[in-house]
Ligand binder design. Structure first.
Ligand SMILES: [Zn+2]
Length: 264
């Protein structure tokens, strides 16, 4: 039997657990015999992950939930395989993720980024139960609050378990955030609101979908919020910005003509 390397009571993460790189963070939450998976990652590691879980003495029949934090291919490509391996579990996700995954939207899930030559297989995936803001996932005596934290994508979910927040692609340890991209359904104003919520939340630890688990520091999140506020009025994220006020001023400047003597 493999020893369980718990990050916190009731919480495992499979990259930490196996001491090998599996892709995105794959969290296992458990209480007594019952357990659940938050994001399985790519298909080619799904079977290995389930095998490791079995070796840690979990019964496959006691898996309650297969959670999709959102519909990105690097988080859920292995979900179909996971459903085959764990037929008694219920697949849960946001209604928007359900829509993107049932007849996969290859653009919004990042299965296809033609400009970068990326084309990844993505089988249709059925989200069997929609979950959204205010719902609670019960697992043994544990209760995971479901949060909808839009921004990276409208269907981004986070899960609060006591002082822990499984924070998805909202923010990473370096203050970076999940991709901001109009083709992905990103919304910078929503992102700011979600980050403010996380900043003010009564949680001590963030368990992100990429990279190490880290302590929540409001001043670090504030720095990220300030950066995103800047993006609202800059062209950096183009169609996700609200506007570029300087451009109008500059258009008038162009009309006035160019003088190297006075130019800045
Ligand atoms: Zn991600």
């Amino acid at each position: 039997m493999l020893a369980r390397r718990e990050l916190f009571p009731h919480v495992l993460e499979m990259n930490y657990q196996s001491r090998q790189r599996l892709g995105c963070s794959v969290y296992v939450v458990f209480d007594g015999p019952d357990w659940m998976i938050i994001d399985i990652g790519y298909e080619d590691t799904a079977e290995e992950i389930v095998d490791l879980i079995r070796q840690m003495d979990f019964s496959l029949a006691h898996c309650k939930y297969l959670v999709a934090t959102h519909a990105d291919v690097d988080h859920i490509q292995g979900m179909k395989r996971l459903q085959e391996l764990l037929p008694s579990a219920i697949t849960v996700g946001h209604p928007d993720a359900k829509k993107l995954l049932e007849s996969p939207d290859r653009i919004a899930t990042y299965a296809e980024i033609s400009a970068q030559g990326i084309a990844i297989d993505l089988p249709p995936i059925e989200i069997q139960q929609e979950i959204n803001e205010g719902d609670v996932l019960k697992l043994g005596s544990l209760e995971l609050e479901v949060w909808n934290t839009p921004g990276h994508t409208s269907g981004q979910l986070a899960f609060r378990l006591g002082r822990l927040l499984f924070s998805g692609d909202n923010i990473y340890r370096d203050g970076g955030v999940g991709n901001i991209d109009a083709h992905h359904g990103s919304n910078i104003e929503d992102f700011i609101t979600s980050l403010e919520r996380i900043r003010d939340a009564d949680v001590d630890w963030l368990l992100p979908s990429h990279g190490p688990v880290f302590r929540k520091r409001p001043e670090m999140i504030q720095k990220t919020i300030d950066r995103l506020k800047g993006y609202l009025y800059l062209p950096d994220f183009g169609t996700c910005a609200l506007g570029w006020p300087l451009l109008e001023e500059w258009d008038e400047e162009l009309i006035r003509g160019f003088d190297p003597e006075t130019a800045r």
